[in-house]
Design a protein around this ligand. Sequence first.
Ligand SMILES: [Zn+2]
Length: 492
Amino acid sequence: MVKKDRRTFYALLIIGIISVSMIPVLYWFIVTPEIEITQVNCPTLIYKGESISIYLNIKIKGLPADILDYTLTIQNKDNLEFFKYHSIIEKHYSLGKFSLIINIPPIFEDIHSNKVVALSYGEYRLLKIDLKGKTGNALIFTSKDVNKEFSIIYAPFTNRIIHGNFKITDTINYWNISSKPVINPILFPEQGVLLRNTYNSPASVIISQKVNLTGVPTIRIIFEDENPNITAFFNDSSLSLINKTSNSIIYLASDKIGLGVLSFLINLNPHEYFILKEIKAITRHVSIFMAVLQYNWNNGTGFDPLLKDIKEASGRFLAALNISFVPGPAKFFQHENTTDLFKIKDEAIIKINSLYGLGHEWISARPYENKNNGFDLLFIATNYYTDHYGIVFSESYQPINIVVVSDQSKEAFGLKLKAEWVDNLFQHELSHVLWALDRWSKYDPPSVMTKPSNIQDAISMYMSHQLWLQLTNWLIEDQIRMLNYKQLFYSY
Ligand SMILES: [Zn+2]
């Protein structure tokens, strides 16, 4: 009995010792918290200029833990470079799981290398996500190899006319039609819509819909065999005719912006009929990424006057041409004290390398989608007194991809640019990027591109608020020219 008891005691003792020694192990397994990335959703196609939203699910095991920050490793396929991005997380917690939405802006700064990157056209790979969390005061980490490909593509052409293709039987219902007796929408659903005058006297019909004509160069209306007598209007003003063939008519639209009613007045002789096939108002949004350098630029108003004025000018390009200029961070750029904008440009080409982490000097030659870290344009602003308020540069026969602006110029006897003129100067110089040229008051009406031909003109233009720096309007010829050169910024 005694022996047996003792044996039991020893057995209990051993079990007890084992149990005590297991406590740290059990503690490790049960209590030590872990974070694990269980799901990553990344879009595969993104339009240039848009942010990328990545969705993550993260499981928490053990003690409650919090998520602090993350690092994404993105590989640019062409250059085999790695980019990282890091920021505070937007997070939602429920039942041991975090769900996160990470937004990668189209231009970001890599905190590890200070490299500034623009996500331009091309193939990319989201390689890895590193996540940092904490429990109490202890930091915890997890990492996941993602290896997901995504592509940045140019925004597609879109037709601003809804149901502009009349081959589909019911699309006519979207249009406002002034007098239905002359229209039979279901007669020829394969070919288009029949417009027929059933009367013994001349008749007319107006078809219309609300359309945003911003950035639309032309409107094209196509018939089956031949055109009727037709006039196009946007709100109350008629559209100018550009070209007419036997079955299509092209109208100018680049002088019309914003939302309005587009209408067509169609006149028909007695018993005359036509088949309307299609109405097109095609446009494409283009984002132009700008690397920005500044030397003591403090002109303008607002928190960051330089970026605010770029945004202001960009808004006018968006409204009239469907183009956005998207600036990167304005990096401080110390340059030689000179009045020569060429010298400032030459210095910027070299210094942008370290300021934006390019790994080389600014490359002016096309194609440069994935050179220059994805930037299309180098924009330099200085408060030095220089020869001109602004100048643009290009390699011979290459698109313009360098702009220098100054806020004190010999052009106006050293007059410092008025703060309210800065966005207009930017608009003028950025118009040159799209190959709008300088105009002169001797030959051309006032516009943001029209400079005074002489000092008398300068004074009278200024007094009547018609000086180029006081204006934001373009001449129609320049809008058309810029819409043509817009395609320099997309090649596919
Ligand atoms: Zn100019």
